[in-house]
Design a protein around this ligand. Structure first.
Ligand SMILES: Nc1ncnc2c1ncn2[C@@H]1O[C@H](COP(=O)(O)OP(=O)(O)OP(=O)(O)O)[C@@H](O)[C@H]1O
Length: 289
């Protein structure tokens, strides 16, 4: 691992999508960003803020309208698709929300494929390494299953094994736990953390999910195609904190509703323990907001 060195660098990157000759969307605006080896960098932000566009540009799947993209010290901004597909195969690992495994191939063959495509591995070497990688992500026993014979979480782990196949400079993930159950998500997050700590694998992960974000060393927060600075985040938090006033208003109204019910029950000589229970719940809730 080349710690402290930059694995990806974006310099003044902007991306404009044209919907027609005069209508466009600025998906990214003047992004300057460096990801270092050994990081788990999380890309967060509201829907439409530019997360997918950013990770696609970082991983050469998309090109910026202006600015430069440097990966592993190579400026890939103007590289052609032939060069880029070889570059991606050798340098990058991809794990997307939809697992993107080849449906006709077994788990083992899916993991072997990127190694065979580089021409750097014999079939035997690729098979042996693929087996070990599948064991490492705990799906070794299913290596002869096709993707349709695997659960979503298992498919996602095969995708991680495949992403590791060519020892990539970094692994890029877009909502890696987006379409799988909670238990599998935890396994995958544990695996990411372990691979990062033990082997120094670098990850860039776009997500909406706070649980996923919690494993990151750094959060890159996008809003409207720009990276938010700490001070902006404070401002946003303050904006959000105003929501508390609404919560309080709702609770206050509800307390008034309880008063009416309490009066009614007392008038009828009935039990008010349910009202008291609700009041005590509200009391404990009030202490947390
Ligand atoms: N191919 C495209 N053509 C036109 N506009 C696009 C295209 N891709 C993205 N956009 C627009 O660019 C902006 C950023 O989109 P992007 O998909 O990067 O956001 P996101 O943060 O990943 O959103 P989500 O969380 O909903 O996936 C959005 O306004 C989107 O509508």
């Amino acid at each position: 691992m080349k710690s402290n060195e930059e694995v990806v660098k974006l310099i003044n990157v902007s991306k404009r999508y044209y919907l027609s000759s005069s209508v466009y969307v600025d998906a990214l605006i003047n992004i300057n960003l460096a990801i270092r080896y050994g990081e788990i960098a999380i890309v967060m932000g509201p829907s439409g803020s530019g997360k997918t566009t950013l990770v696609n540009i970082m991983s050469t799947l998309d090109k910026p309208t202006s600015g430069r993209v440097v990966i592993d010290g190579v400026d890939v901004t103007d590289a052609d698709e032939n060069y880029l597909s070889k570059f991606r195969l050798e340098k990058l690992g991809f794990v997307f929300q939809q697992y993107n495994l080849v449906s006709q191939l077994t788990a083992l063959e899916n993991v072997m494929l990127p190694m065979l495509l580089t021409g750097r591995y014999t079939k035997d070497e690729a098979r042996e390494k693929a087996r070990l990688l599948l064991d490492l992500v705990s799906v070794g026993e299913f290596m002869n299953n096709k993707p349709s014979q695997l659960s979503g979480g298992q498919q996602q782990r095969v995708a991680i094994a495949r992403a590791l196949a060519n020892d990539p400079s970094f692994i890029i993930m877009d909502e890696p736990t987006g379409s799988i159950d909670l238990a599998s998500s935890y396994l995958i997050l544990d695996l990411i953390r372990l691979l990062n700590r033990a082997v120094g694998v670098t990850f860039v992960i776009a997500t909406h999910n706070m649980e996923v974000a919690s494993i990151g060393n750094r959060i890159i927060y996008l809003r409207g195609g720009r990276i938010m600075q700490e001070s902006d985040l404070e401002r946003i938090k303050e904006e959000f904190s105003k929501l508390r006033i609404d919560q309080l208003a709702v609770i206050k109204s509800y307390l008034r509703v309880l008063e009416i019910d309490e009066r009614r029950l007392r008038r009828l000589g009935q039990d008010i323990s349910d009202i008291e229970r609700k009041r005590s719940l509200i009391d404990s809730l009030m202490k947390t907001i």
